[in-house]
Design a binder for this molecule. Structure first.
Ligand code: DX5
Ligand code: ZN
Length: 218
């Protein structure tokens, strides 16, 4: 299995202090920062887009921005996110009809490509061709759209199904993940862990990052 990576979701941070919050997480041991881009179409909420990400990129040297694109037309934002400094562009399979072409376009802009599946989408939506082309597969463990929701355990078998089919790929879980829910995610084969509330809401985010990482590694 690929190495363990903790990707704090900045959706749970103080947006008024966004760059300081990112630096705080990196200091606490986070290797990636999970940037939730919502467009008010694919999901009801609107969060941030390329202009904000580009400010973060300029202020936080070397940041790896794990961009979770909850947008209706993911093809439309590849260039803007690449120009803003995005490191990984993860789109939803439900939002596109040609995932492989989109993955190629993302790679063409030197970003890693991720493909996300929402709770009601089966793992079979990730065809062998899509899975082989992608760098990362994201299994949502809440309905996309907002932070602080309850972890949906019924999504976990999809992690195991994808891990069996794609042993070398990064498999990310996102939504309601924290110290109480990490065990089953790790056991199922997830190696990239997104956590918003569990990390930003903790008295010591650093301790949570260390403990989540230890659970995935062992
Ligand atoms: C939900 C987002 C998640 C969310 C996770 O639509 O994609 O990244 O911020 O937040 P928590 O960990 O609080 O569920
Ligand atoms: Zn997310």
């Amino acid at each position: 299995m690929p190495r363990a990576i903790i990707s704090p979701s900045v959706l749970a941070s103080d947006f008024g202090q966004l760059t300081a919050e990112c630096k705080r997480m990196i200091k606490g041991g986070a290797e990636w920062l999970h940037m939730d881009v919502m467009d008010g179409h694919f999901v009801p909420n609107i969060t941030m887009g390329a202009p904000v990400l580009s400010c973060v990129y300029k202020d936080v040297p070397g940041i790896f921005m794990d961009c979770h694109m909850m947008v209706a037309q993911p093809e439309k934002w590849v260039n803007d996110i690449a120009d803003a400094g995005g490191s990984l562009y993860c789109f939803h399979i439900e939002a596109t009809t040609d995932a492989v072409s989109l993955i190629n376009a993302i790679h063409g802009r030197n970003m890693k490509a991720g493909v996300a599946i929402s709770p009601d989408t089966p793992s079979s939506a990730i065809t062998d061709e899509i899975g082989a082309a992608a760098d990362m597969l994201l299994v949502m463990t809440v309905y996309p759209g907002r932070g602080g929701q309850k972890f949906l355990e019924r999504c976990v078998p999809k992690v195991a199904e994808l891990r069996a089919r794609f042993p070398e790929k990064d498999i990310e879980v996102d939504g309601g993940v924290g110290p109480k829910t990490i065990d089953i995610c790790a056991e199922a084969g997830s190696n990239v862990i997104v956590a918003g509330t569990a990390i930003f809401g903790a008295p010591s985010p650093e301790d949570v990052i260390v403990s989540l990482k230890a659970t995935v590694t062992t």
